[in-house]
Structure formats: structure tokens, C-alpha cells
Design a protein around this ligand. Structure first.
Ligand code: NAD
Length: 351
């Protein structure tokens, strides 16, 4: 197996991670893909049912905040590259429990960096630590402007502060110990397998169930949206072609005010569900704003376009339509997830 690249993907049972794992397992049969995931509320092996039997796929259950476990796995499997996605990822949860975010997002990332450093032992040829991050590290924008790779970090939520910190540690390990790294900061993703605490699947689920559609504040918060499969294509390109010790911004060139997005979802879903146009919009209710809520995020993705030739390929209407279809066709997946813990979370959050 020595000629086969051994790749650790963390958080592969989550939303984006499961798309990344599936893509690498299917497209690169010569790579051995190790998916390390603690299976928190957000991790679900159902997301990978279609590839779990593939000979180049291996699941490792474990928590990246546990030092001994992480060191032992690196010694045993001699990973040559890491694609690090494991994280606590939901801003609202970070407001309730910041330390959980420190533990996984900061301590967990440092454990992976230390283990890489120790197993690679200065032989960095062909090695890579690829850290997946978010545009939220840059803070908020006014009506105009775009986040560039050179924009100063200014995180406003415990989630984005923990991600910003992990980005800094990755960069510092590159500078201090020479670890070959690359970081990408991406805007909001959407698509199949996204946990229904996040805006788009939450709204689809509530539209289907004819429940209220909770929109924060005045609904004028603006986000850039990217179809998850376009993010995966960018990750593949960056993994194989990016210049080392660099950061790349990834975005959909697709800004929407939350309220406009929810209305669009209502119209698309009404059509698919055979409901009269306008039916679901009546479910929209404005709820108390999230504290520290960032007004607007938008990405300048010209660096990855120029250097690696990446652009989003799926239009928003196409992506949303595929996503709604997927949630309608996978009612069991949704039901399994929206029982138990999720229901408790939802009731605390919105009722
Ligand atoms: P997710 O919450 O859906 O999945 C996170 C995964 O990490 C889950 O499978 C969970 O079980 C696992 N995990 C959590 N804590 C762990 C731990 N201590 N040890 C091992 N595994 C653990 O998240 P996502 O939306 O797929 O995001 C993945 C990554 O991409 C995160 O690093 C996030 O910051 C980043 N990101 C997400 C978005 C987005 O819009 N979702 C945008 C930009 C960047």
C-alpha cells in the first residue's frame, strides 16, 4: 500500500465532510481515505451509506480533542495528508456554549497539527495539512465591499472566534515548524445532508410540515450562498494544485437577504408540493435577533479563479431546486434527525 496516498479527512460524517469523503473515495480509488469523526449530533453515517463498502474507505470513530487518540491514529496509519473539517459549526450553539467550540475547533486543530508534525518529522515532501474554514472569521461588511484573503480577521461570534483562532494556529505551525498547509475560507454552503438547524434545510423542513418560518430580526441580513458540490470541487483543486502556505477565499458570487431567500424557497417549494403560490410565505414570522449578528458577508473569489481556474458552476435556482428535491425524497433521513435531540434544541431556540 506504500504507493497509495493515505489521507485523513476529519468531520467526514457531517454535512460538507460527507460530500468531500464521497468525492475523494469515488474519484481517487488509489487514495486510502480515513474518515475520523466523533459522531456528535451533527455527524451521521447515514450520509455515507452509498460508499461505506468501498475498499479505499475507512471509518474511524474518535474525538479530535483527545490527544492520545489522535497521536495513536497518526502513528498507526501514517497519514500523508489531512483535510480538516471536524468542527462545532453552528453559531447559535456557540452563543450558548463557547467552550465546546474551543475544545473541538481550537484544541482539536492543535492536536492534529502536533500529530502531523511529529509523524512527518521534518520530512514534508508531498505532505499537506489542509484546513477548511469560514468567511465568518472576517467579521461583518457594510452595504458594500468584499472579503479578500488579506482582509483583517475580526470575528464576532464565539464560533467565528474559534475558527479564526484555529486558522491562526495552522498558519503559525507553517511559519514556526514548516508544516506545509493551505487554508480556505468559504461562504455559506447549502445542499443535501445539511443538518436542519441551518437556515435552508430548516426552512424546507418547516415549509413541508407547515410550521412557522422563523426569520431573525428584520430579515435583511445578507449572506453569500454556495452549492456544497461546488465547494467540494474547489477543495479538490486546492488540495492538488494550490500554492502552499496560502489562503484561498471561496464564494458563490451569490448574495441574498435572508428574507428574500426564504420567500424564494417558499415559491419553489409550493410549486413542487402542488400548493397554491403564496401559501408557504404566510408561515414567515420574524423572531428576536441573534446577538452579535453579522450584517453582511460577501467574498472576493478572484484569487482561486485566477490561480486555479475555479468558479461556481451551479446556479442558485438549480442548487436550491436540487436541494428541495433531495429533502422531499429523503423524508426518512430528515425524520430520523428531527426526532430527539434536535426537537429539544429547536424548542429551546425558537419557542
Ligand atoms: P457539520 O456540523 O455538519 O459537521 C461537523 C462534523 O464534525 C460532524 O460530523 C461532527 O460529528 C464532527 N465533529 C464535531 N466535533 C468533533 C470532534 N471533537 N472530533 C471529531 N469529529 C467532530 O459542519 P459542516 O457544515 O459540514 O462544516 C464542516 C467544516 O466546514 C467546519 O470546519 C466549518 O467550520 C466549515 N465551514 C462550513 C460552512 C457551512 O456553510 N456549513 C461554510 C464554511 C466553512
Amino acid at each position: 500500500e506504500s504507493n497509495k496516498k493515505s489521507i485523513l479527512i476529519t468531520g467526514g460524517a457531517g454535512f460538507i465532510g460527507s460530500h468531500v469523503v464521497r468525492h475523494f473515495v469515488n474519484k481517487y480509488p488509489d487514495y486510502q481515505i480515513y474518515n475520523l469523526d466523533a459522531l456528535t449530533y451533527a455527524g451521521n453515517l447515514e450520509n455515507l451509506k452509498d460508499i461505506e463498502q468501498k475498499p479505499n474507505y475507512h471509518f474511524l470513530k474518535g474525538d479530535i480533542s483527545e490527544v492520545d487518540l489522535v497521536n495513536q491514529l497518526f502513528k498507526e496509519y501514517r497519514f500523508e495528508a489531512v483535510i480538516h473539517l471536524a468542527a462545532e459549526s453552528h453559531v447559535d450553539r456557540s452563543i450558548k456554549d463557547p467552550l465546546a467550540f474551543v475544545k473541538t475547533n481550537i484544541n482539536g486543530t492543535i492536536n492534529l497539527l502536533n500529530a502531523s508534525k511529529s509523524v512527518w518529522a521534518d520530512n514534508f515532501d508531498g505532505k499537506l495539512f489542509y484546513h477548511i474554514s469560514t468567511d465568518e472569521v472576517y467579521g461583518t461588511l457594510g452595504e458594500t465591499g468584499l472579503f479578500k484573503e488579506t482582509t483583517a480577521y475580526s470575528p464576532n461570534s464565539p464560533y467565528s472566534a474559534s475558527k479564526a483562532s484555529s486558522d491562526h494556529f495552522v498558519r503559525a505551525y507553517g511559519e514556526t515548524y514548516g508544516i506545509p498547509y493551505v487554508i480556505s475560507n468559504c461562504s455559506n454552503n447549502y445542499g443535501p445532508f445539511q443538518f436542519p438547524e441551518k437556515l435552508i434545510p430548516l426552512m424546507i423542513n418547516n415549509i413541508v410540515e407547515k410550521k412557522e418560518l422563523p426569520v431573525y430580526g428584520d430579515g435583511n441580513y445578507t449572506r453569500d450562498w454556495l452549492f456544497v458540490e461546488d465547494h467540494v470541487k474547489a477543495i479538490d483543486l486546492i488540495f492538488h494544485k494550490a500554492n502552499l502556505q496560502e489562503t484561498y477565499n471561496i464564494g458563490g458570487l451569490n448574495e441574498w437577504k435572508n428574507i428574500e431567500l426564504v420567500k424564494l424557497l417558499c415559491d419553489l417549494a409550493d410549486e413542487k408540493l402542488g400548493r397554491e403560490r403564496g401559501t408557504s410565505k404566510k408561515l414567515i414570522t420574524f423572531v428576536k435577533d441573534r446577538p452579535g449578528h453579522d450584517k453582511r458577508y460577501a467574498i472576493d473569489a478572484s484569487k482561486i479563479d485566477k490561480e486555479l481556474g475555479w468558479k461556481p458552476s451551479v446556479t442558485f435556482e438549480e442548487g436550491l431546486s436540487k436541494t428541495i428535491d433531495w429533502y422531499l425524497e429523503n423524508a426518512t433521513w430528515l425524520q430520523n434527525i428531527t426526532s430527539g435531540e434536535y426537537r429539544e434544541y429547536y424548542n429551546n431556540q425558537y419557542n
